[in-house]
Design a protein around this ligand. Structure first.
Ligand code: GLC
Length: 547
């Protein structure tokens, strides 16, 4: 069934409070020119699919000019499109069509670091120590008699030291790959440049920004040693936070930057927003990124990290909702993204993982706030675990042995043979190979199949959009008494109540009293007001409120 969308209107300023945002990993979504890499024109051609899926907005991962050392998170020119993805005209056409279909567009902003191919960094290398060009980055002399040791003990999130030495003997800081030098955000030119970049994309009509590494831009004065190893497995920034405040994360002055960006966003019509990819030691510190004078949202990664248990989910939901109430902003739920193992696989892989993933989706979509869906989760895609090492492109793979390529495999659209319609008819190229089992998971294979994951998402999104209790971005939930291991909460609007029940107990559970089932992640058995909910399943009920 086709969802009806209003065209984005200048009056709907708070659209993001209850929006469902679909994350497009541009390289892997749809390839229009048969080069094996997704592109902007490919997205444009698939916009009707996204409209029919029932999402409100798209977040596009970086498509800017880039050497692609870190999948485009190494930006060489913030105001242009990499030829691999198209050009600015393709972008303009894509956003025009998206808006005409009622879909908003959020783009990724990468302010913590540039690419080493950026003109500023090239100028800094050429100009030498002590030059104004070096001031825009974090260059420093080394320790030791001849400066042969890095300036401090910081380690890169991708493994190895966070410092690289250049030919003249100085070192520069990179919290990620050596090809991603960190900018000096205490420098006025850096601040002015990014304010201008914001305006450049706002003028082109973008509805919002996803701020990459939003907690990392300010480093503690003096760049002090951490004092312990921060080596993690892969991109597990969360492991670092358990070790105490780091001199390069979540420094108080980072908030000055967002306070200067907010008036820029607010000066454009139509409700332009920003969402932080921020990691902080506590939910309380994370909440400081959002509010009327800073950013609109921050991903609630604790929800993504929750383990498959009723206690774990209930705890993170309660904490996130409490924090969002204090700051007066909605919570931002997410189960998967381009950096994390897909949730089907995290929850046990195979049939069990898929069952749980479908249930978790109904849980997420019933909660108040905004939800982010990562491309392919609506198809129930698992992580691809057996990619040959030589095809893996994640820069952290060589240093840590962990790679994020398995969640970035191109989307299967149709057909029996890989890459399953990722490119135009006859194209056999895709930058990562899709598994042989994915023919059955393609969009075409699942469309119209009532119990498919794609149809579950479509149904749930349609109900969410039209249901008065779910369409509200704000408001609380009321937990209901249940058997151990079962979660149930209700949301009411006017004279109707919606209840979401999730069975994490490991045994089928009998439920009654919540009304009529609207959608379930697995078939319910039972008649009338008594139902049996299978293990690892979720259901939404609706009930009129009387009196
Ligand atoms: C963010 C991105 C990730 C990237 C990193 C460095 O965490 O989500 O993909 O590697 O920043 O830019």
């Amino acid at each position: 069934m086709t969802a009806t969308h209003p065209t984005p209107s200048a009056t709907d300023l708070d659209w993001w409070r209850s929006a469902v945002v679909y994350q497009v990993y541009v390289r892997s979504f749809a390839d229009s020119n048969a080069d094996g890499v997704g592109d902007l024109q490919g997205i444009r051609e698939r916009l009707p699919y996204l409209r029919d899926l029932g999402v409100d907005a798209l977040w596009l991962t970086p498509f800017y000019t880039s050497p692609m050392v870190d999948g485009g998170y190494d930006v060489a020119d913030y105001r242009d499109v990499d030829p691999m993805f198209g050009n600015l005209t393709d972008f303009d056409n894509m956003i025009t069509d998206a808006h005409a279909l009622g879909l908003r567009i959020i783009v990724d902003l990468v302010p913590n670091h540039t690419s080493d191919a950026h003109v500023w960094f090239q100028a800094a290398l050429a100009a030498g120590p002590g030059s104004p060009e070096r001031e825009r980055y974090l260059f420093a002399d080394g320790r030791g008699a001849t400066g042969e040791e890095p300036p401090n003990d910081w380690e890169s999130i991708f493994g190895g030291p966070a410092w690289t030495r250049v030919a003249d003997g100085q070192w520069y800081l990179h919290l990620f790959d050596p090809a991603q030098p960190d900018l000096n955000w205490r420098h006025p030119e850096v601040r002015a440049e990014f304010e201008d970049i914001l305006r450049f994309w706002l003028d082109r009509g973008v509805d919002g920004f996803r701020i990459d590494v939003a907690h990392g831009m300010i480093k503690q004065e003096g760049l002090p040693d951490v004092g312990f190893s921060t080596m993690t497995t892969g991109q597990r920034q969360v492991e670092l936070l358990g070790k105490g405040r780091l001199p390069y994360f979540d420094q108080d002055e980072v908030h000055d930057i967002y306070r200067s960006w907010r008036p820029i966003l607010d000066s454009y019509p139509g409700g332009r927003m920003a969402v932080a990819e921020a990691w902080a030691e506590t939910p309380q510190r994370l909440a400081r990124y959002i509010g009327p004078d800073e950013l609109h949202q921050a991903f609630s990664f604790d929800f993504l990290d929750a383990t498959w248990s009723a206690d774990s989910f209930r705890k993170v939901v309660d904490t996130a909702l409490a924090e969002s109430t204090i700051v007066g902003a909605p919570t931002t739920w997410v189960l998967s993204n381009h950096d994390k193992k897909r949730h089907v696989t995290r929850y046990g892989d195979g049939e069990v993982g898929l069952r749980r993933a479908r249930a978790a989706t109904l849980l997420m979509l019933a909660l108040p706030g905004c939800a982010y869906i990562y491309q392919g989760e609506e198809l129930g895609l698992p992580e691809v675990l057996d990619l040959p090492d030589e095809l893996r492109q994640d820069p952290s793979f060589l240093r840590t042995g962990e790679s994020r390529d398995g969640c970035r495999v191109p989307i299967p659209w149709s057909g029996q043979l890989a890459p399953y319609g990722f490119g135009p008819a006859g194209s056999e190229l895709s930058w990562l190979p899709a598994p042989a089992t994915w023919a059955a998971l393609s969009v075409a294979a699942q469309t119209g199949v009532p119990d498919s994951t794609l149809e579950l998402y479509r149904t749930a999104l349609r109900i969410r959009r039209g249901h008065p209790a779910l369409a509200l971005g704000d408001g609380g939930i009321t937990w209901r008494e249940t058997a151990p291991g079962v979660l149930a909460f209700s949301r009411a609007a006017g004279d109707v109540e919606l209840t979401c029940v999730v069975n994490l107990s490991g045994a089928p559970t009998r439920i009654s009293g919540y009304g009529t089932p609207l959608v379930a992640s697995a078939p319910l058995t039972g008649e009338g007001d008594g139902h049996l909910l299978p293990i690892d399943a979720a259901v939404w009920f609706e009930r009129p409120l009387v009196g």
